[in-house]
Design a protein. Structure first.
Lengths: 73, 380
C-alpha cells in the first residue's frame, strides 16, 4: 500500500484507500502488528475525509478567453 | 308589405343556427391561424382573452384557464403568433371567436420542420446513439459550466453544487446562450474548457425560453461539439418539456439546470453516510477489538487443547483396560482358578485332543494348586 502523505489526498483518493484498508484488514489473519498499523492508517484516512467534507467550501472560477482562471466576479 | 309567410326567428334561434353551422365545419374546428396579438387580458378567472389581427381583419380569441395554465409563455400585445383551435359563435356577444388550445410563435412551424430534419440526419449518423453516452464520474473534482454569467441558470447550478458537493472546483466558461452569437460562444466555451481546464464533467445549461431562444442549442455544430467533447456533457436546457438537439447529443440530459447540477454530483449527505459506514467497518479492526478477538482465539485454543488432551487420555485408559481384560482372559492360570485342569505329557507338551493320548500312557494333570500323576486307561 502506498504511503502518500494523507493531507495531499483528495476526498475520493482517501476514501478509496480507506476502503482498501478495510478490505485488507478483513483478509488479515493473525498478524496483529500489521493490523494495528493498517488500522491507524485507516483512522487517519477517515479523519481526513471527514475534515474535507466539513471544511469544503465551494471554489468557483471563471475561464478567460486566453485560458486564464480568475475568481468569479 | 310582408316578406314571405315565414315566421320570424328569435335572435337566439339565429345565433344557434350559426353556431351549429360553424361547429359542423371540420376545417374550422382544427385550424392554425397566424396574426398579431392585441388586447391581451388575463383576468382573475385565469382565462385568456385576446384579439388576433392583421392589416385587414381581427378575430376574438379565448383560451380557457385549463389550457392557459399549461403555457410556458404568456403572450403580450404585439407578439406574432400562430394559434390553433376551433371556431364557434359566442351567442351572448353576437360574435364568432376562436377557442384556442395551442399557441406557437410565428414561424415555429417551419422551425420545427427544420429541427426534425436535422434531428433525423444526426440520428442517422449515430450521434444520439445510447452506446455513445459516457458514464459520469462518481466524484467530479472539476466541474465545467457553460452558460450565461448573468442568468438565473448559473445561480441555480452554483447553489445546487455548493449544497451537494462543495468539494468540487467549479469553472465557468461564460457564453451568451441566446441571440446571434450564442452558438459560436457556446462552441468556444466548450472547446476552452476541454483545452485549458479538462474538467471531469461539463454542465451545458440555460434557463427556459421560447423555441427561438433555444435555437443555439439546436445547431448542428453544437451537437457535433458536444459529442466530440473530451469531458462528458450533461445538458440542462430550458424546462422539462423542452428538448433540444444538444440534449439528445449530451451524455446525460437533465430537465433543468438545477437537475443537471444534481445529476453530476454525489450529495454531501450521502457522502457522510457512506464515510460513516466505512468507519464502522474499520472500527471492527481497532487494536482494542483486535486484542479482544486474539484473546478470544487464545481462550478457544486452550479449551480445544484441553478437550483434545482429556479425550486422548480417556482413550488410552480405555484401550489399556481392554488390553488388560484380554490378557487376563488369555492367562491359563485363570482357567485353572475356575476349576479346570490341563493335561500334559511328562515332557511338558500339552494335550488338546483325546487322540493324542495312548492307553497306558503316563500323563500329568495340572490343577489350581498342584499336579497329579495319571495313567490313561483303555477306551471304554
Amino acid at each position: 500500500m502506498s504511503e502518500t502523505p494523507i493531507e495531499t489526498l483528495s476526498y475520493e483518493q482517501a476514501l478509496q484507500e480507506l476502503e482498501a484498508v478495510v478490505r485488507q484488514l478483513e483478509g488479515e489473519l493473525g498478524n496483529l502488528d500489521a493490523s494495528v498499523n493498517l488500522y491507524a492508517r485507516g483512522q487517519q484516512l477517515a479523519a481526513h475525509c471527514a475534515q474535507l467534507l466539513a471544511q469544503a467550501e465551494q471554489r468557483v472560477q471563471q475561464l478567460g478567453p486566453d485560458g486564464s482562471l480568475n475568481p468569479l466576479s | 308589405m310582408f316578406k314571405g309567410a315565414r315566421p320570424s326567428l328569435t335572435v337566439t334561434d339565429i345565433s344557434r343556427l350559426l353556431r351549429a353551422l360553424v361547429e359542423s365545419e371540420g376545417m374550422l374546428q382544427d385550424v392554425w391561424i397566424r396574426g398579431e396579438i392585441s388586447n391581451f387580458s388575463r383576468p382573475k378567472s385565469g382565462h385568456w382573452y385576446f384579439t388576433l389581427k392583421d392589416h385587414n381583419a381581427q378575430l376574438p380569441c379565448v383560451m380557457w384557464r385549463s389550457t392557459a395554465e399549461l403555457q410556458a409563455h404568456i403572450p403580450k400585445d404585439g407578439d406574432q403568433l400562430e394559434v390553433h383551435g376551433g371556431l364557434s359563435v359566442y351567442e351572448a356577444g353576437g360574435r364568432y371567436q376562436l377557442y384556442v388550445d395551442e399557441i406557437r410563435t410565428d414561424g415555429e412551424g417551419a422551425l420545427y420542420q427544420r429541427f426534425m430534419q436535422l434531428k433525423a440526419k444526426l440520428e442517422a449518423e449515430g450521434l444520439f446513439d445510447p452506446a455513445r453516452k459516457r458514464a459520469l464520474p462518481a466524484w467530479p473534482q472539476r466541474i465545467g459550466i457553460v452558460t450565461s454569467p448573468s442568468g438565473a441558470a448559473l445561480h441555480d447550478m452554483l447553489q445546487t453544487l455548493a449544497r451537494r458537493f462543495p468539494l468540487a472546483e467549479v469553472v465557468l466558461a461564460p457564453a451568451a446562450v441566446q441571440g446571434e452569437e450564442a452558438a459560436v460562444e457556446i462552441l468556444r466555451a466548450l472547446a476552452a474548457l476541454n483545452q485549458f481546464v479538462q474538467p471531469d464533467v461539463i454542465l451545458l445549461a440555460r434557463g427556459g425560453g421560447s423555441p427561438q431562444d433555444l435555437a443555439a442549442f439546436n445547431s448542428e455544430r453544437l451537437v457535433r461539439a458536444v459529442t466530440a467533447s473530451a469531458a462528458p456533457v450533461v445538458s440542462g436546457v430550458g424546462h422539462e418539456t423542452d428538448f433540444t438537439l444538444a440534449d439528445f447529443a449530451a451524455d446525460l440530459r437533465a430537465p433543468t439546470p438545477t437537475a443537471a447540477a444534481e445529476l453530476a454530483t454525489p450529495s454531501q449527505a450521502d457522502l457522510t453516510v457512506q464515510l460513516e459506514a466505512v468507519r464502522q467497518q474499520l472500527e471492527r479492526y481497532s487494536p482494542a477489538t483486535q486484542i479482544a478477538r486474539q484473546q478470544q482465539r487464545l481462550d478457544e485454543l486452550a479449551l480445544r487443547a484441553s478437550r483434545a488432551l482429556g479425550g486422548r487420555l480417556q482413550q488410552l485408559r480405555t484401550s489399556l483396560n481392554s488390553a488388560e481384560a484380554h490378557l487376563t482372559a488369555l492367562n491359563p492360570e485363570a482357567v485353572l482358578q475356575r476349576g479346570y485342569a490341563i493335561l500334559a505329557r511328562p515332557d511338558g507338551a500339552v494335550l488338546s485332543s483325546a487322540s493324542q493320548a495312548q492307553p497306558g500312557e503316563a500323563l500329568e494333570a495340572r490343577l489350581r494348586d498342584g499336579r497329579l500323576g495319571l495313567t490313561v486307561n483303555p477306551k471304554p
